[in-house]
Design a protein around this ligand. Structure first.
Ligand SMILES: Nc1ncnc2c1ncn2[C@@H]1O[C@H](COP(=O)(O)OP(=O)(O)OP(=O)(O)O)[C@@H](O)[C@H]1O
Length: 685
């Protein structure tokens, strides 16, 4: 499949996606973080691309959300889910769920979601998730003591692209290589032709060096793991915490990467990509760093020793010595040599001992250190700078060799973990998606709905009453539905039952819950077609082609807006099969008489088709009168007035025109007051 075949992916986006390792597989995986690694593609865009790929896979070109209000309900659904995520990744990944009209897409989403619903949103796991993020590629590290060399232009170009960390040098002959070996600690020659070359320095002929980056530049892997240490440790903790709750992240129980090995490798790595925890490397590093200070302390130690020895001795100078001192400018050192030879030797031994101890030198290193304090007596004691410098060079070389070996070893350990840790982190992030769905399920007492085929006649979601059952469209049936979108605490939301097949009016008292019922129906259908659980005890919904939800208009429309609205409905009733139409008080757009006629006309047009429609209206009686067919009416009934407050049964009653609020009040007054006026008024209703 071509990338451009994915809905929403144009030539520019496709070019950006081609920068990914395996663009098609990445886009198909739905891994929003991986898609967002393409240049210029942020996570929101990545979610849209992933959604496009899903649509493409399921041949799902339709747009189920057909109106602004329907799209708002979807946003609310997504927000309720997203609020339950811990990571940004999961929040974005949830956006790849959309209400679909494709049975295969809904099945696919439902099977993922059904497993997610079983998860336990354990607080320790959620806490650990806070530190998990998609793995980042650290900036390229520059390694200055190693270079690649080749005599072939094509190999040089490949080397530059494959190993940007190292300098790439052109060489023509062994002389060039010898020259390079003077400037770089290590030279890696890429041409087979130089095999067997004998030049001085650390020169390797490795034609496969570009294919084995872990050996050529272990720094790359080390930098990757160092930069991602916190994320990796957090992901490891997620896996451990999830396993401890008895519900491991991966279905087969084993994390994608060996966590003990990962933790061990990370403990050997510093945040800047250097090696830690190796006593020998630490010894050598400290020895190089402390060398000057240790030499100077060793001198003081020897001086103290000599000073003490001299102070305690009576030195007898023979006349000839005294004369030679005075006449020939001979130095006291020569006297020291003769008179205090033993003490001088002891002081020097003390200095050497101190140096070896302070720097924790190994015997062969100590031999070099011995030369720092030679046999020429002097007071104060002096050191041999050349010997110090040799010692420094030897120690630094040993340190660098050790570091290089450890880096190579660690990189080879980490090399095996490079791929698995990607999966380790992705699984942890995916777990967050699942836990959000599990939390949503628990918080709103959700069930997995049945989503039935529009063409399944006799499978009506409504059934039960004859009129509805013989329709082709199953419509929806919700039992014990409780909307989380209400302005009351979820605990206080009253459960409602409602089922509709075909077109119906929904009447009822003011504030009885008509709008809330439409919201609940829309939310349940949107969630069901996303493959998500719904807030109800049970629900069966038709797999609708489109959801048209019109919110109540904020007042009478002017002529232009009215005409536009009417045209919308004109389009809506054309080919309305498979559509869910929810309309809230359409009468508010114009004067009541005209409204009733318009609503009656729309219902008539819908009635002949396999559409499911609920029109909330206070004009049910007038609409019925204006319609040429028997309009179905449901009603949210007030059970009565208690202390001036309506007591409502929130579940709409099927085939029932509910009394309006004014009618209820007149009825109450007719009962309370002893005048004919209210009784006569009541008869008019
Ligand atoms: N199922 C319910 N459980 C608890 N409270 C509810 C429920 N349904 C509605 N309510 C409460 O009733 C209020 C009014 O509901 P809603 O706006 O849906 O009524 P309505 O019938 O559309 O009113 P109107 O006829 O004035 O447009 C809501 O704001 C909410 O506080």
């Amino acid at each position: 499949m071509e990338l451009e075949a994915i809905p929403g992916v144009g030539a520019k986006t496709a070019a950006a996606l081609r920068e990914l390792d395996d663009p098609l597989a990445t886009v198909e995986s739905g891994d929003v973080a991986a898609i967002a690694r393409a240049p210029g593609v942020n996570e929101a865009r990545a979610a849209r691309i992933a959604r496009g790929a899903i649509r493409r896979r399921h041949d799902d070109a339709g747009r189920v959300l057909a109106t602004d209000r329907a799209r708002e309900v979807y946003r609310s659904a997504i927000d309720l889910l997203r609020e339950r995520t811990v990571t940004d990744y999961a929040a974005k990944r949830l956006e790849t769920f959309y209400p679909s009209a494709s049975a295969s897409r809904i099945d696919e989403a439902q099977s993922f979601v059904a497993a997610a619903m079983e998860r336990d949103p354990d607080p320790t796991v959620r806490e650990a998730l806070a530190g998990v993020e998609p793995l980042a590629d650290p900036p390229t590290v520059r390694v200055r003591d190693r270079c690649l060399a080749s005599g072939d232009a094509e190999t040089l170009a490949r080397a530059e692209a494959a190993v940007p960390e190292l300098s790439v040098e052109t060489v023509e002959d062994a002389r060039d290589i010898t020259e390079l070996a003077r400037s770089y600690a290590t030279v890696i020659v890429l041409d087979e032709a130089f095999a067997g070359l004998d030049v001085e320095g650390d020169v390797h002929v490795r034609p496969d060096a570009l294919e084995t980056p872990a050996e050529t530049v272990p720094e790359r892997l080390l930098a990757f793991f160092a930069a991602n240490r916190d994320r990796l440790e957090a992901a490891a903790t997620v896996h451990e915490a999830a396993a401890a709750t008895g519900t491991p992240v991966s279905p087969d129980g084993d994390p994608a990467a060996d966590i003990d090995r990962l933790r061990d490798a990370l403990s050997r790595l510093d945040d800047d990509g250097t090696i830690v925890g190796d006593a020998e490397l630490e010894r050598l590093t400290a020895a190089v760093d402390d060398l000057d200070a240790a030499v100077s302390t060793a001198e003081s130690v020897a001086d103290d020793r000599l000073r003490e020895a001299i102070r305690e001795r009576d030195v007898t100078i023979e006349g000839t010595d005294f004369l030679s001192l005075v006449e020939q400018g001979a130095r006291v050192d020569s006297l020291l040599d003769r008179e205090l030879a033993d003490e001088y030797d002891a002081a020097m031994a003390r200095a050497r001992e101190h140096l070896a101890d302070a720097l924790r030198l190994e015997p062969e290193e100590a031999e070099l250190a011995d030369r720092v304090f030679g046999d020429d007596p002097s007071f104060p004691v002096d050191h041999d700078e050349t010997a110090v410098s040799r010692l420094r060079t030897e120690l630094a070389a040993a340190r660098d060799r050790r570091a290089a070996r450890l880096k190579a070893e660690l990189a080879s350990d980490l090399g095996d973990l490079r791929e698995p840790v990607e999966a380790l982190v992705r699984d942890a992030l995916e777990l967050d998606v699942e836990l959000a769905i599990a939390a949503f399920t628990r918080d709103f007492d959700c069930v997995m709905p049945a989503v039935v085929d529009p063409g399944e006649s006799g499978e009506s979601a409504v059934g039960g009453d004859g009129s509805a059952a013989d329709r082709d469209s199953p419509g929806f049936r919700i039992e014990g539905g409780r909307s989380p979108l209400l302005d009351v605490d979820f605990a206080d939301v009253e459960a409602i039952d409602y089922a509709v097949s075909g077109a119906t009016l929904l009447s009822g008292v003011n504030s009885g819950g008509k709008t809330s019922t439409l919201d609940l129906v829309a939310l349940v259908v949107v969630l069901a077609q996303m493959g998500m659980p719904v807030p109800a005890e049970s629900a069966t919904v038709e797999r609708f082609e489109e959801i048209h939800y019109y919110a109540k208009s904020q007042g009478t429309l002017d002529a232009g807006a009215f005409e536009a609205t009417l045209r919308d409905f004109g389009d809506l009733v054309e080919g309305a099969d498979g559509r869910l139409v929810l309309v809230d008080e359409l009468e508010s757009i114009t004067e009541p008489g005209a409204s009733a006629k318009i609503i009656a006309g729309i219902l008539e047009a819908l009635d002949g088709q396999n559409a499911t429609a609920v029109f909330v209206s206070h004009l049910a009686r007038e609409i019925r009168a204006a319609a040429d067919f028997d309009v179905a009416v449901d009603g949210i009934e007030a059970e009565g007035l208690v202390d001036g407050e309506l007591r409502v049964n929130r579940s709409p009653r099927k085939g029932h025109l509910a009394r309006s609020t004014p009618e209820l009040i007149v009825e109450k007054l007719a009962g309370d007051r002893d005048t004919d006026f209210y009784a006569e008024l009541l008869e008019k209703f």
